[in-house]
Write a protein that binds this ligand. Sequence first.
Ligand code: SAH
Length: 215
Amino acid sequence: MDNPAAARQFMVESQLRARGIADERVLQAMRRVPRHEFVPDPYREHAYEDGPLPIGHGQTISQPYVVAVMLQFLQIKPSDEILEVGTGSGYVSALLADLAAEVFSIERQPALAQSARDVLAWLGYKNVRIFTGDGAQGLPDAAPFDAILVSAAASGVPPALLAQLREGGRMIIPVGGLDSQQLQLIQMVAGKPVISVHEGVRFVPLISGKVTSET
Ligand code: SAH
């Protein structure tokens, strides 16, 4: 890749701003974080194209536009503590680290968790911690969170995650089956979750239980 910064600038203008992403902090974070560092070698030259890409273990790095939509919904403040479920490549973890004070991220596949840790450390992110485990349980020891971003599709909102959302906190999560999912935004208002349903998306499923294969 000749000029990743120029490719990112083009991505931000043509894929994000042109489609209505207007939050300048989100656009700036997406201009800064080097997505190509989170994409495995054979796909690296496609890192700034308009789609998801394989990252191994049957998983994908999310489409930049969908990531921007989710981040924009979360209205992250620099002082926020964030929980991410489904670290995958670590790309979204890096964006969250850029936007917030502290990021806790859970990934089910130990190998993906480790490679995300390695890239994030190499890029110098110091405010992200990656855990291996079932993200549907959240991280009770680090709760409550100002925002929760779930990068895998659930059949419903996991109750443990709701319980770990701070008053005034926001959660964005794809809800649905394999073929049809919608982003749900949940805001904790006066101790009650207020849910709104947004655009259709397609994420890999949120899988509960232990890892049984490393394919
Ligand atoms: N935002 C990530 C998306 C990765 S795909 C990126 O852009 O790279 C979703 C990830 O969720 C996969 O890595 C998958 O292994 C993970 N995952 C699925 N079920 C999970 C669970 N119950 N707990 C934690 N991670 C899970």
